[in-house]
Structures are given as C-alpha cells and as structure tokens.
Ligand binder design. Structure first.
Ligand code: 5GP
Ligand code: MN
Ligand code: MN
Ligand code: MN
Length: 293
C-alpha cells in the first residue's frame, strides 16, 4: 500500500524533521473569524476549544452556538475529581446538541498506566518527596487525589468522551485520541516514532473530523523557544492515509490558530495562551452534510 506510513528517520527530532519536510510542502496560515450568520440548513456547525485547564470561569467571551462542541483535551490542571465535576457541570450548560471531549496530558486520572505507575512511585519514595511534585506545579495532595480517583470517566455525564474511539453525527465521522509524544512525564505520553504511530494506525481512514491532543508536525506546533513539538508520524498519517476535512488539536498553547497544507484544515484550538490565561476565542466552522442527511 503506497499510503502506508512508516517511522520518519528524523522522528526523534521534530524541529529537524520539519526543516526537511517543509522543503516539499507548505503551511498556510488562515485567518478564520467566527461566523455571524446562522448555519445553513445543509451544514453542521462545529465549535472547537481546547486547553481550558479549569479556568472556564475566567473566560471573557461568549461561547458561540453550534451543532457540535469539541474540546481537544487539557480541560483540567491535573485531572482531580472536583475539576472533572465542574467541567462536566459547565459543559452541561452549553446549548450544543452534541458535545465531544478527549483527554490531554493534564488529565492524569484518565490514564491508568500513569496512575498505577505514579501510585507505586509514591509508595517507594514517600519519605523523600517534597510537597510540590516536580513538573506538575501541583501539590502532592492534588496529584494523590487525582491518581486515586476510581472510574473518573463516570463523572463526564454531559458529553461524549472519546479515547481511541469515534462516533458519527449526521453522516460525518469523528474520531478522538489523547496520545502525545512524551514530554515531562505526563498522562498519555508515548515515545516518538513507532509507539505514537501504533495509536495513529487505529484511526479509521474514512474519518472526516480528527481530534487529537497533540498537533501534527508543522501545524500549530511551534513552541515559543523556536522548537517544533508536533508528531511527524501524525502529520504523515493525516496527509497520506486519513485525509480528514479537519484536524482539531491543542496542547501547544502558543500554536493557537488555523492553518492548512492546501488540502486539510488544521485547527489548534488552545483557549489558554502560554501564560495559562484563557484568552483565545473558540474556532468555528461549518461542514456540508453528506448527501441524504
Ligand atoms: P501543557 O502542559 O498544557 O500540556 O502544555 C503547555 C505548554 O508546554 C505548551 O504551550 C508548550 O509551551 C509546552 N510544551 C508542551 N509539550 C511540549 C513538547 O513536547 N515540547 C516542548 N518543547 N514544549 C512543550
Ligand atoms: Mn495545555
Ligand atoms: Mn479519508
Ligand atoms: Mn497538553
């Protein structure tokens, strides 16, 4: 199969990989505004946010109405039950008929492998662990609380939670997955290369709207320091095999905005900016319904 994706030789070095790959493809920045007119009857309106980090109450803008609301992960600071409960309560107040949520690296309690490992670590190191857990910017109590919550998904009652799974709305196929290239030992971290690719290989080829927490390489993935953080295998999977209409993500807050390779529209919907201030507006677009819907 000529659309099969293999691991890129520079997979471990995304900045160098993009330098190479961008010789043969372009990244266009699109200036997209929130539509002021109601959606046409033959279209479905999508409203996208991400990376709200339990700061919803600080938002200074109205959430635009639409048919489908999408949150691309990092809705909490560390996945504590109280954070999940208040997010669920908030999403329950939104008018959208369909609400879709994926986890990000901050939703520690959603990743069983992470919680099990962390609990073991705490047991073995409890005597020399300080109150502040490195990397997480949270106290040991906060993290303990998160990793010890059982069945966290039960507290998301007002939305559809996707994790390596999909759903179809009016003939439009949507798929969501939380994994990202590892950085700082968070939830849903995976080594770059084949382990990430194995997750992307599960995405059905007929997906119309793909939701990941991580950006692909080259789109919405430029970190303030000048390095690229996106996943090379995700870019190639999306371009060569899936070719969705839209790819929605967040994670790299400073990469907020809409871009394209000339075919696929890439949406970094990070609501929070680099200082964790929820300043960025939701991204809204309308997708024509397939024939018969
Ligand atoms: P978060 O902790 O909310 O997942 O990410 C917040 C910020 O951390 C991002 O906006 C970005 O500046 C930085 N960051 C997250 N993941 C990566 C990564 O893989 N590489 C680099 N260089 N920075 C990252
Ligand atoms: Mn974030
Ligand atoms: Mn396709
Ligand atoms: Mn993130």
């Amino acid at each position: 199969m000529d659309n099969e994706v293999s691991v890129h030789p520079l997979s471990d070095r995304p900045t160098a990989a993009w330098k190479e790959i961008s010789k043969t493809q372009k990244m266009y920045k699109l200036n997209v505004k929130i539509p002021q007119k109601p959606v046409e009857p033959n279209k479905l309106r999508f409203v996208c946010m991400s990376d709200t980090h339990s700061l919803i109450r600080n938002i200074m803008f109205d959430i635009p109405d639409g048919d489908v609301f999408i949150h691309a992960g990092d809705f909490t600071k560390c996945g504590q039950k109280d954070e999940v409960l208040s997010f669920d309560k908030w999403i329950g107040t939104l008018p959208h008929k369909h609400k879709i949520v994926i986890a990000g690296n901050h939703e520690l309690s959603f990743d069983e492998k992470f919680t099990n490992l962390f609990k073991k670590k705490i047991e073995s190191q409890s005597r020399d662990m300080t109150d502040e857990v490195p990397h997480y910017g949270k106290t040991k109590d906060n993290i303990n609380d998160a990793v010890n919550t059982e069945n966290i998904r039960q507290y998301l009652t007002n939305c559809t939670y996707l994790e390596d799974s999909g759903l179809e709305i009016c003939g439009i196929k949507i798929y969501g997955t939380p994994w990202q290239p590892e950085f700082g030992n968070w939830a849903f971290n995976l080594p770059r290369g084949s382990e990430c690719l194995n997750k992307w290989n599960r995405i059905p080829s007929d997906t119309d709207v793909l939701i990941t927490h991580t950006p692909p390489l080259g789109h919405g993935d430029l970190v303030c320091s000048g390095v690229r953080a996106g996943c090379t295998e995700l870019l190639y999977t999306v371009q060569k095999r899936i070719q969705p209409k839209y790819h929605i993500f967040g994670h790299i807050h400073e990469g907020y905005g809409v871009t394209s390779d000339g075919k696929i529209i890439f949406v970094n919907a990070s609501t929070c900016d680099i200082n964790y201030i929820p300043n960025n507006l939701p991204v809204v677009f309308d997708i024509p319904l397939p024939p018969g819907h």
